[in-house]
Design a binder for this molecule. Structure first.
Ligand code: ADP
Length: 167
């Protein structure tokens, strides 16, 4: 039987409880999950790639153990579809928030279908408690000294606080 391998790509700058909720849903559908952490220089990430990969990885042990699904966290800089092929992923998982994500995701799927029509994109929605969370806003709140504990895992919250305490 072929293994169902899902790829969840993102910038994860940093990983939030919204991402984690999506991952917890994704592991119910796959035999193995690859989390692709994009270099994404254009977005001018706050955390360097290795730190983002490490922060995602640290949160995965519990989910992997609980679900019994192996989770691999891998950085990537290539075209998403090329990366998906390399990882032997059967489908790509993306999270969808309200209407804001729709137009971008709609275009991405259209383009990706042209590049490889065998790899489907699957959209998941986070629990209502987490749907409004965005890495960009979490960084903004942290930068302004606000409380971010309800949006990110404890270790990420500590990393954000340390980052902005310095600056
Ligand atoms: P990207 O730069 O690819 O958008 P992100 O790290 O911002 O990377 O997001 C990765 C994926 O997770 C995207 O599909 C995004 O829509 C989804 N996502 C992020 N936050 C949430 C959330 N709170 N609820 C649902 N999906 C989310």
């Amino acid at each position: 039987m072929t293994q169902r391998i899902g790829l969840y790509p993102g910038t994860f700058d940093p990983i939030t409880l919204g991402h984690i909720d999506i991952i917890e849903r994704a592991v119910k559908m796959v035999d193995a999950l690859v989390i692709g952490v994009a270099v994404n220089r254009d977005k001018g990430p706050l955390f360097p790639l290795d730190e983002r990969v490490r922060m995602v990885g640290d949160e995965m042990a519990v989910i992997s153990k609980k679900s019994g699904v192996p989770i691999r966290v891998t950085p990537f800089e290539t075209l998403l579809m090329k990366f998906a092929e390399e990882q032997k992923a059967n489908f790509i998982i993306r999270g969808l928030r309200a209407v804001s994500d729709f137009e971008y995701e709609f275009q991405m799927v259209g383009m990706n279908q042209k590049l490889n029509d065998d790899i489907e994109t699957v959209f998941l929605m986070a629990d209502v408690r987490y749907q409004f969370i965005a890495s960009r806003l979490v960084k903004e709140v942290a930068r302004l000294g606000g409380d971010i504990d309800a949006f990110v895992p404890a270790a990420v919250g500590a990393a954000l606080k340390a980052k902005f305490a310095k600056g």
